[in-house]
Write a protein that binds this ligand. Structure first.
Ligand code: ZN
Length: 383
């Protein structure tokens, strides 16, 4: 049963794209969805994360199994708007494609989940268990929203989770973690002709980078699905002037972790190397963790993955494959206490490779079909 006409489904997506939620302002998206849910008698709760940023949680049905559905409300910056062929905040249809910032990542997924939930409620077709909709803030910048929901216990009784990130062609059931460091070295400024009067902050930092590159990477360890840990120094800053001994230097690192080589172990290694270098006279290296999202590993053998593959074939004519991915999702926070067998997947309208691009789009029919696919998937699981 369809509660909404095709035009109404498109209007909801259009309204969501029109709300500029570039790394902020998710509250307007949350309020829009809260109002939409309320029109169909679904209560929802705004869960504050900071003074200005919020999550939204809504639920239908009662008891278990609890089917978790989730999407983030923020989008990444459109960059230079003049590079876009259309206004990024006006959903524009061309040749069966819907263009706009978030059309792909991931307001189409978010809208499809919300609409699916309303239609399940209106048709009274959910006869067992419940569906918990969790819209998050700040996914693109560290996952503060999903962390908050996890900490407040919203995941405790959840039996399966779908994150509707763009991945229409392939089901992602595991992904790496992401860990950021800022490493600062303090020295003492001096004229470069009299370096003994100061201490060059770059020297110990250069040694630190060399050692981390050599000692943190470990090709002997890898995950069956996710492969090896990846580690890179991505930013280096230091010095003001060519004839001055620099007082401060800093380097940033991004690490993509795997369960066999996790966040804690990498942090310990960074600290250990810093401590050893700091034994040298005057070296002062400080390691700061600026983001830590754990990896998500599930075995991908759940009934939910099978249901999703069958539905993918039914709706799109081709059985979607399954993979582990190097990218992170809110699953990093949501699945902190779940085991390998937990039915998790990232599966949603749009293409993974299209995320964060200029002129991002989703195929109109894919967006519309995912609404029905989600309804069927939830009903097949909650039996
Ligand atoms: Zn996304």
């Amino acid at each position: 049963m369809s509660v909404f006409t095709e035009q109404q489904k498109l209007t909801i997506l259009e309204d969501l794209v029109a709300i500029n939620s570039v790394n902020e302002n998710e509250i307007e998206v949350a309020e829009y969805l809260k109002k939409l849910f309320a029109e169909y008698g679904i209560d929802s709760t705004i869960v504050p994360v900071t003074e200005t940023r919020v999550n939204l949680v809504a639920e239908i049905g009662s008891g278990s199994p609890v089917f978790g559905i989730s999407g983030h409300m923020d989008v990444v910056s459109p960059g230079d708007v003049s590079n876009w062929s259309t206004d990024p905040f006006v959903l524009t249809e061309k040749d069966g494609k819907l263009y706009g910032r978030g059309a792909n990542d991931m307001k189409s997924g978010l809208a499809a989940l919300a609409i699916a939930m309303i239609e399940l409620k209106e048709s009274n077709s959910l006869t067992k268990g419940s569906v918990r909709f969790m819209a998050t803030t700040g996914e693109e910048v560290g996952g503060a929203g999903s962390k908050k929901l996890y900490e407040e216990g919203y995941m405790d009784d959840v039996d399966a989770l779908i994150v509707a990130e763009p991945s229409q062609d392939v089901i992602v059931y595991s992904h790496k973690g992401s860990l950021n460091f800022k490493v600062t070295s303090k020295g003492q400024e001096a004229h470069s002709a009299m370096p003994h009067l100061g201490y060059n902050a770059i020297d110990p930092l250069a040694e630190f980078i060399t050692r981390v590159n050599a000692e943190v990477r470990d090709p002997s360890r890898s995950n069956e699905t996710l492969g090896e840990l990846i580690m890179n120094c991505t930013i280096v800053q230091g010095g003001q002037q060519v004839n001055s001994i620099p007082e401060v230097a800093a380097a940033e690192f991004n690490v993509r972790t795997i369960p066999e080589y996790d966040t804690e172990e990498v942090i310990a290694k960074f600290n250990e190397i810093a401590e050893e270098i700091n034994k040298q006279k005057d070296a002062k290296i400080h390691v700061e963790v600026t983001m830590a999202l754990p990896s998500v590993f599930t075995d991908g053998k759940s009934e939910l993955v099978e249901i999703a593959q069958d539905l993918g074939e039914k709706y799109f004519g081709e059985k979607p494959g399954t993979i582990g991915s190097p990218g992170v999702t809110d699953g990093s926070n949501f699945l902190r206490s779940k085991g390998d067998e937990f039915p998790f997947m990232m599966f949603g309208p749009g293409l993974t490779k299209m995320a964060h691009k200029i002129d991002e789009y989703v195929h109109k029919d894919v967006y519309l079909k995912f609404i029905d696919l989600y309804k069927e998937m939830i009903l097949a699981f909650n039996q």
